[in-house]
Write a protein that binds this ligand. Structure first.
Ligand SMILES: [Zn+2]
Length: 215
């Protein structure tokens, strides 16, 4: 059962399973008004049961904070970024998820195959229903080990209340809560979303040249 807690002034839910397993950290609302959109998803995820390991769910890291992109070094020097690093340091998750929300006008930019040439990071892959997946900011990914699993989920703001969107996002995250290790998590994702995950893995491997494991 998830229990509400406040850690470093941040409202979160924490649960521990009856047997050992990975620590998952799921964080929404990293900047701007995204917390308004990520909170309902995380509140619903917090009703799940956890059998193994730990899970920490943060509905909204900041409430309507300043918008600083997480790809920039400036973010990790801001109040929000410092708080994020403190939470990561405290929990040392082996599965880490960032939940973001994007506007319709950003779809082209986020999924642009030229993104890697334009801004130096791979584009996102659409999982379906406008939900985008990819790794996390390279600046942050380097703080995790190769064995860790790090994923960004971008929720479409304009359809975030659609049941199809909620169910897809929750399914992706529930798989992470149910998986006992990285291999099991990857196996389930590859089986459930074969083309999307294959494509995202290819982009990741091209970017990190096999120094890290996706994602
Ligand atoms: Zn964002």
């Amino acid at each position: 059962m998830f229990e509400p807690q406040t850690v470093f002034g941040v409202r979160l839910y924490a649960a521990r399973g009856s047997v050992s397993g990975p620590t998952r950290l799921v964080i929404g609302g990293l900047h701007g008004d995204e917390g308004l959109f990520t909170t309902p998803f995380i509140e619903r995820l917090a009703t799940a049961e956890l059998t193994a390991g730990d899970a920490i769910l943060v509905p909204s890291l900041v409430a309507d904070g300043r918008y600083i992109g997480v790809l920039s070094e400036e973010y990790y020097k801001s109040a929000a970024g410092k708080l994020l690093l403190r939470l990561i340091h405290r929990y040392r998750p082996s599965f880490y998820f960032e939940l973001h929300a994007y506007g319709q006008q950003s779809y082209e930019r986020l999924t642009d195959p030229e993104r890697v040439h334009k801004i130096g990071v791979p584009h996102f892959i659409e999982l379906g229903n406008g939900i985008l997946i990819g790794s996390i900011a390279p600046l942050l990914r380097r703080r995790f080990t190769s064995e860790d699993f790090c994923m960004t989920i971008e929720i479409p703001k304009w359809t975030s209340e659609d049941e199809l969107v909620s169910e897809s996002v929750l399914e992706l995250l529930r798989i992470a809560l149910a998986s006992r290790d990285r291999a099991a998590l990857m196996q389930t994702y590859r089986a459930r979303y074969p083309t999307q995950v294959k494509h995202a893995e290819e982009l990741f491997n091209r970017y990190y040249r096999h120094f890290l494991k996706p994602f």
